[in-house]
Design a protein around this ligand. Structure first.
Ligand code: UD1
Length: 417
């Protein structure tokens, strides 16, 4: 088990380059199974979740290798439709493979991903969508067995704009006969990235970014070289790291248009932000202002993946902030850890009341989940003394070389294995 040791107090300053998006890379990797030709993915972050997805694809018979920073995947040799239990349990996103494995082989067997650190995370919407396209699905003893002879395009109304369900349905719809229209689709930028990748391979998909996505089934015409979008959550985390330390940061390679809700809240906290194409500069006041109300919502609302980092920011703000988590039911586990660092917060169901304190102090805390762990790193940067953060590998799932990046900005962050 790895640990981060953070000595707080340094104001961050410097320049940072944002890496590729994990949440865009994972469904795109699933989609490579539908493209029976070599695909080159640039800007693909070499994170544990990505490596796990590559291992699953390899187990299915695909070939994959890194060429410098680019990942090459060739699914021509894929010949299996059963997702191994151990890897699918480790990587929740393996569930995205249901749509593409089913599309490729007309069969798929997976294990039920079950709960995870941030909530129950059911997959009913995924299965409902796949069934509408013609899949027969049996759920038996923790296994999900899917098959279908022909998949037919149709309308798929989603009860909730689930990111994963939208992506899964898009993938199977690519291999269905005729036109599929997803209503109430998720609008996240990662879905637009998946659409752009599919179109680059010759599939016909349009409408991503809006609530209605139209897919005309067909075959991939060619492989492609595709550059994965920058990670908007990583970008937001670094900006918030600057804000919590009263620092000044230049962020290169992020797309401000993906981050409007986050940038607005940073500005509400008193930060000055200048944008210039794919460059952003943040200058933050010594102490952030409180946020009257921050509510997480599907895109373009404030992302749930940034709620914990803002929870940390509000913990040292000048007043009382209200945070409401509408997307996942168990995403306040960082709250109790922040209390160990001197934070003051009260939870009432989906609402957190966060009273800013003058200073947090170092403590021994645990990262219960990826973004909650990142929030603890941010809090530790602003705290007096040294904080040890256990289960750092959970944070590694989403941030490439976090400690070296923060060190380059003047922070004292070390890893202890
Ligand atoms: C994706 C992101 C995750 C992000 C989340 C919301 C990836 C790999 N992960 O997760 O980082 O936090 O979007 O922006 O891209 N739900 C159901 N039934 C379903 C599916 C979802 O009830 O079949 C519920 C979930 O429990 C949750 C909500 O819908 O309460 C949102 O989940 P969803 O948008 O599907 O998130 P993920 O795709 O799992």
């Amino acid at each position: 088990m790895a640990q981060f040791l953070v000595e707080g107090g340094a104001r961050l300053s410097g320049t940072i380059l944002v890496h590729g998006s994990k949440n865009a890379a994972l469904p795109i990797l699933a989609a490579t199974l539908l493209v029976e030709a070599p695909v080159v993915l640039k800007n693909c972050p070499r994170l544990r979740d990505v490596e796990n997805m590559i291992r699953i694809l390899t187990e299915l018979g695909c070939k994959a290798h890194w060429e410098g920073a680019a990942l090459v995947v060739d699914s021509r040799s894929a010949n299996r439709y059963t997702l191994s239990e151990s890897l699918s349990k480790e990587l929740r996103s393996s569930i995205f493979l249901l749509g593409s494995v089913l599309g490729r082989f007309k069969r798929a067997v997976a294990t039920y991903p079950g709960g995870c650190e941030i909530g129950n995370r059911p997959i009913d919407l995924h299965l409902k969508g796949l069934r509408r396209l013609g899949a027969r699905i049996d759920e038996d003893g923790g296994y999900i067995c899917c098959e279908g002879d022909v998949f037919l395009g149709t309308t798929v109304p989603l009860d909730y704009p689930s990111v994963g369900a939208t992506e899964n349905i898009m993938l199977l719809a690519c291999m269905a006969k005729g036109e599929t229209v997803i209503h109430n689709a998720a609008r996240e930028p990662e879905i637009v990235d998946l659409q752009d990748f599919l179109c680059a391979c010759g599939f016909e998909v349009r409408g991503a970014g809006s609530s209605e996505i139209v897919i005309t089934g067909g075959r991939a015409k060619q492989g492609c070289t595709y550059s994965i979008m920058p990670d908007r959550i990583v970008a937001g985390t670094y900006l918030t790291a600057a804000a919590i330390t009263g620092g000044e940061l230049e962020l290169v390679g992020a797309r401000p248009e993906h981050m409007v809700a986050v940038l607005e809240k940073l500005q509400d906290s008193g930060a000055y932000i200048r944008m210039d194409g794919m460059r952003m500069i943040i200058k933050s006041p010594k102490r952030p202002s409180e946020l009257q109300r921050l509510e997480t919502l599907p895109y373009p609302g404030f992302p749930t993946d940034m709620q914990p980092q803002f929870f940390a920011l509000c913990s040292v703000a000048g007043g009382i902030s209200i945070l409401v988590e509408n997307v996942f039911e168990n995403r306040f586990r960082h709250a109790q850890e922040l209390i160990k660092m001197g934070g003051r917060n009260t939870l009432r169901g989906t609402m957190a009341i966060v009273r800013g304190v003058d200073r947090l102090h170092g403590a021994a805390v645990t990262a219960h989940d990826l973004r909650g762990g990142a929030a603890l790193v941010l809090a530790a940067l602003a705290a007096e003394g040294t904080t040890s953060i256990a289960c750092a590998e959970r944070i590694d799932r989403g941030y490439l070389h976090l400690e070296t990046a923060l060190q380059s900005l003047g922070a004292k962050v070390f890893r202890k294995d």
